[in-house]
Design a protein around this ligand. Sequence first.
Ligand code: KG4
Ligand code: ZN
Length: 341
Amino acid sequence: MLVLGIESSCDETGVALYDTDAGLLAHQLHTQMAMHAEYGGVVPELASRDHIRRVIPLTRACLAEAGKTLQDLSAIAFTEGPGLGGALLVGASVANALAFGLNIPVIGVHHLEGHLLSPLLADPRPEFPFVALLVSGGHTQLMAVRGIGDYEILGETLDDAAGEAFDKTAKLLGLDYPGGPTLSRLAESGDPERFTLPRPMLNSPDLDMSFSGLKTAVLMRVKAIEAEQGALDDTARNDVCRAFQEAIVEVLVKKSLKALKQTGMKRLVVAGGVGANRQLRAALDLAASRRGLAVFYPPLALCTDNGAMIAFAGAMRVAQARATGAYTVQPRWNLASLPAL
Ligand code: KG4
Ligand code: ZN
């Protein structure tokens, strides 16, 4: 069975082909980062218009890469939500129109389920059950995953998501949008000992987290440095980046270990854009190996938004595919409300 997946929930147009026998055959991505950079953040209307421009050429490129034609498709999956309404509608419209023309079913995929299942595209792939640490730009959640659609939220951020904290902190440090990956690169050459920032809710008895105070702590620290030595130089900036990253990583690692202990599970799956963070990966790998636990990640290129995870999640849910007709998108959509398989 060959499934075309279309992702258009935010600022990346992703298209991919997943074959249930042969695996991932092709994936194509266009990122709108450069376009949004001059505004310092995603402009929803521009995002929608750009998805319209990209989605058909990317679909053609995908089919060519895999040596397939539209007639070879068995079903089409698209991101139904959560995300930007207009951006989601582009993927939904193209998926439904194509499926209608080809007389094949469509599957609306939950974007976070796509992220959550993306480590299953790696080798080795985790067995169920596992604890999932979902760390994206919009969400930070710990989940008990017992099967596809069997998701229990164990804890989550009470305010900013980890990715959001990276991006907002990067912005206040004057780094270009999207700042998260840049901040993490600068942190690598920073001194982990020079500054210490608070670890919000590190020792709270639950599995919830809070990251919004960190950017304020960074701002205070920057002001203190400026009062002491004048403008922030590169060394001090990198040291602040490092202190920020140390704090986020420590909270994420500690809460993940706690979730594993609480559920008695032995496997941790990390998904979402922040899962690309090298320091987070190294810290999780070290903590897990000391305790005989296993950590799984998606292939690095599939950590951030992409069509492959949508094609894959669509293939897993192909039994729930529907005939085309009226369709909708869900800008807000609770992952725990999905039906189990
Ligand atoms: O999963 P994703 O592509 O989009 C959402 O669904 O939100 O995640 C994007 C987020 C952004 O906040 C970005 O700054 C963050 O992931 N991110 C990183 C890194 N790469 C991407 N954060 C920290 N370190 C990275 N290397
Ligand atoms: Zn995402």
